[in-house]
Design a protein around this ligand. Structure first.
Ligand SMILES: [Zn+2]
Length: 334
């Protein structure tokens, strides 16, 4: 049996963001903890993503996924040995001292990366809180008109939850062209600001929906200056949404919880009043957040078994005995 190639560990220590530069993969946009954009293998617009904390990539189009070596294979059309040579150079026989030194350096780089990620996360949570608490009460603002346009009238929902606020001049930013960690303001205008709170009830992120009541769905249609003929999503999250939810209604006596992916979906389910008993209505922001990690391994691809080690997965509140995601409500969302 041959020893495992030590270059594989070395390859895993190459930061993905740096590798993207080396491979000259263009068009990726930095969102919370991710680089998203066209796939270097099969193109598209936003089917390809690199998870910066896990340092892995995934493409919803061609199904390519994996580590740094797999990314080189995908981008340059190489086999595994060539990709490893390209990334690290030819294999050298290292002494155990050299190997130990290599490991020490790799671990130090890992620790540094995690620490700077944690710092960035704390910073974005602070920014999210500032944004939420600086926003205005939803009641009496144009949010009422927006929700009415979406079928959620004041008659159906007489009291708006405090988790929703209004910002008349919310700034829509995108990464500045050719500059790292710089942002440019693309639009400034009214937005619905929703608080994403963690299990302890602390605001950890804000979910923003930019509004334009002249549009049929009331949401802003913003052309993407980087991509001819394409538009940007009217909704964005700032902060750390993982494990959090937007609580639209949370009666203490509720033992049933209803969760939708989108805000309007969850509101619709709430005003439809489909359950005879008091229910909590929470919006899960996105399916990935609602689902958490699943167990991976041989034969488990479609098993859908939750990975109970995922300590940042979303967990229903303690008093809940049952929960439901409304399939009919999902169809009205977006
Ligand atoms: Zn692809």
């Amino acid at each position: 049996m041959t020893d495992p190639d030590p270059r594989i560990d070395e390859a895993h220590a190459v930061p993905m963001a740096e590798l993207v530069d080396r491979l000259q993969i263009s068009g990726l946009v930095k969102t919370a903890g991710e680089l998203v954009g066209p796939c270097p293998g099969c193109g598209g617009r936003d089917r390809f993503g690199i998870n910066l904390s896990k340092q892995i990539f995934n493409c919803r189009g061609c199904g390519a996924k994996g580590d740094q070596i797999a990314l080189v294979q995908l981008a340059l059309g190489m086999g595994f040995p060539e990709a490893l040579d390209w990334l690290i150079g030819p294999r050298q026989e290292l002494t155990s001292v050299q190997l130990a030194e290599q490991r020490r350096r790799r671990e130090a780089a890992d620790r540094q990366r995690r620490a700077s990620e944690e710092k960035a996360r704390a910073r974005s949570i602070r920014a999210a809180r500032d944004l939420f608490f600086a926003a205005r009460p939803a009641e009496g603002s144009m949010l009422r008109d927006y929700l009415t346009l979406r079928g959620i009238s004041p008659e159906l929902l007489p009291v708006l939850p405090p988790s929703i606020r209004f910002e008349p001049e919310a700034r829509y930013t995108i990464p500045a062209e050719g500059a790292c960690d710089k942002w440019q303001v693309l639009h400034s205008g009214p937005a619905m600001i929703a608080a994403v709170v963690d299990p302890a009830g602390r605001v950890t992120a804000v979910h923003r929906t930019w509004l334009d009541l002249s549009q049929p769905k009331g949401k802003l249609i913003l052309p993407d200056p980087r991509k001819e003929g394409e538009t940007l999503p009217a909704k964005k999250v700032l902060g750390s949404k993982k494990g959090g939810a937007i609580r639209l209604a949370s009666p203490p006596e509720a033992r049933l919880m209803v969760m939708g992916e989108g805000l309007e979906t969850t509101f619709s389910a709430q005003v439809a009043n489909a359950y005879p008993e008091p229910a909590a209505y929470w919006c899960g922001v996105d399916l990935g957040n609602m689902a958490g990690r699943r167990k991976l391994g041989p034969g488990l691809k479609y098993a859908g078994i939750p990975d109970m080690e995922d300590d940042r997965a979303w967990v229903p509140p303690a008093g809940c005995a049952a929960w439901s995601s409304s399939r009919t409500a999902t169809a009205t969302g977006g």
